[in-house]
Write a protein that binds this ligand. Structure first.
Ligand code: HAM
Length: 422
């Protein structure tokens, strides 16, 4: 027997009934993002590997363990995108959006790829709804608050209940450097008490020690986290963000341990978790990343500001336990043409094409069978009208049109049926 080929691990098919759920979610996302002034951008699903290596940070899990690099015959190295921010910034710079518009407010919906160990809520191909607001001199606590408000608004619109917003500030680029040396100094005599992974983090990215879940690391860090030397300017900025969130009635918790796993963040970072998702409980996360534009070749003379977030669609669907509609209960067709004999199929085919040609949705049976089974097919197709072509109809050059809701039926000449159904 020939062995079947299965879907790759950590990916899944989205079957037609479930696609209806996705379409609804995507259309809500588009509407809400547009109401905040965001416009859709579509970038390729693969990019030069260097783009991700330069933006996400050499010590991040994504770069170290999860990049899905493509095998190509040439010299160039390409990788399936693990996230959307780097691609949007690349496109923003490449298309000189900074000189075309003041602030670019962009959103995207699409698949992302990470070579993770698959488990509930953690996939190798997953989908994100992401937004990025990038622009010259676009650093305002209200933009941070707007992005956060938008993420919460989207989750409410999708029906995600029991979500918790955590926010923190990592400070400016200088603050981050200063805090790193401060942390290294404070932890220097306790390095042996850190877990194995944090040994390496201590050397290469000491910030990540702050969000380690290991008990002994957590104890050491708890004593330090309240005193992190954030500059006065960064503290004021963070307080302004909090003030704007409070003003908008958005509940949040300050989470000094939250540092995020991607290197590009400065100042505000945030994460939204929900109840009932187990260990992979983050439905979305984001933050400010104003320094990334220069790291990817943006105009040195411009002082860019940027903030964004991404929500995971699969986790949203898990959190809402959304159920696809009943099999066959899709949008339905306007007309289902039933040919009672194989010999009538040319006329049936001509009719469905004419109906489609005037913008109606139409389908037909291709397999024959009794009138009962044919009408069942029309029912399954959720048809508004069944258009029957039997012996009598062929003789009189008519069709019998049955209204599937009222069960009333009338005979209509071929030349009038399209206009009547329209
Ligand atoms: P992230 O935290 O890596 O951030 O991902 C955002 C969301 O994508 C997560 O909260 C989660 O819901 C979903 N997600 C991530 N990995 C997986 C996975 N393996 N399986 C299923 N869902 C997953 C980013 O991607 C940043 N680019 C967000 C951002 C935009 N920051 C600024 N702008």
């Amino acid at each position: 027997m020939i062995r079947k080929i299965a879907v790759p691990r950590g990916t899944s098919d989205i079957l037609p009934d479930t696609v209806l759920l996705w379409e609804e979610l995507e259309s809500k996302a588009r509407k809400v993002c547009q109401s905040y002034g965001y416009r859709e951008i579509r970038t390729p699903i693969y990019e030069a590997t260097a783009l991700f290596k330069r933006s996400l940070g050499s010590t991040s899990d994504i770069i170290n363990k999860q990049l899905l690099e493509l095998k190509t015959s040439g010299e160039d190295s390409y990788t399936l995108r693990p996230e959307g921010t780097a691609s949007v910034v690349r496109s923003y710079i490449e298309n000189s959006l900074d000189s075309r518009e003041g602030l670019s407010k962009l959103f995207y919906i699409g698949p992302m790829f990470r070579g993770e160990r698959p488990q509930k809520g953690r996939l190798r191909q997953f989908h994100q709804i992401g937004v990025e607001a990038i622009g010259p001199n676009s650093t305002s606590p209200y933009l941070d608050a707007e992005a956060i408000a938008l993420s919460i608004h989207l989750l409410r619109e999708f029906g995600v209940k029991g979500h918790h917003l955590k926010i923190n500030s990592l400070g400016s680029k200088d603050d981050k450097a200063h805090i790193s040396s401060w942390l290294r100094e404070k932890l220097a005599s306790r390095v042996n008490d850190l877990c194995k992974e944090c040994h390496s983090r201590y050397e290469h990215n000491v910030f990540r020690v702050l969000d380690c879940k290991n008990e002994s690391c957590r104890r050491l860090v708890d004593a330090l986290v309240k005193d992190l030397p954030l500059s006065g300017t960064s503290q004021t900025y963070f307080q302004q963000v909090q003030g704007a969130l409070k003003g908008a009635g958005i509940d949040f918790e300050i989470a000094p341990h939250l540092v995020r796993g991607l290197d590009y963040y400065t100042h505000t970072v945030f994460e939204i978790t929900t109840d009932g998702l187990g260990s992979q409980d983050a439905v979305g996360a984001g933050g400010r990343y104003s320094g990334l534009m220069h790291e990817l070749g943006g105009n040195e003379k411009i002082d860019y500001g940027a903030i964004g977030f991404a929500l995971g669609i699969e986790r949203i669907l898990l959190a809402t336990s959304a159920v696809p509609p009943m099999v066959g209960q899709g949008a339905g067709v306007d007309a289902f043409v039933v040919a009672m004999d194989e010999a009538y199929q040319p006329q049936a085919f001509l009719l469905v094409q004419q109906l489609r040609g005037v913008g109606l949705s139409a389908d037909m049976n291709y397999t024959g069978g009794s009138i009962k089974s044919q009408m069942n097919k029309a029912n399954k197709a959720n048809a508004r009208f069944a258009v029957i072509l039997g012996e009598e109809e062929m003789k009189t050059k008519t069709v019998s049109v049955k209204n599937m809701q009222t069960s009333t039926q009338e005979q209509i000449p071929w030349g009038q049926v399209v206009e009547r159904l329209k």
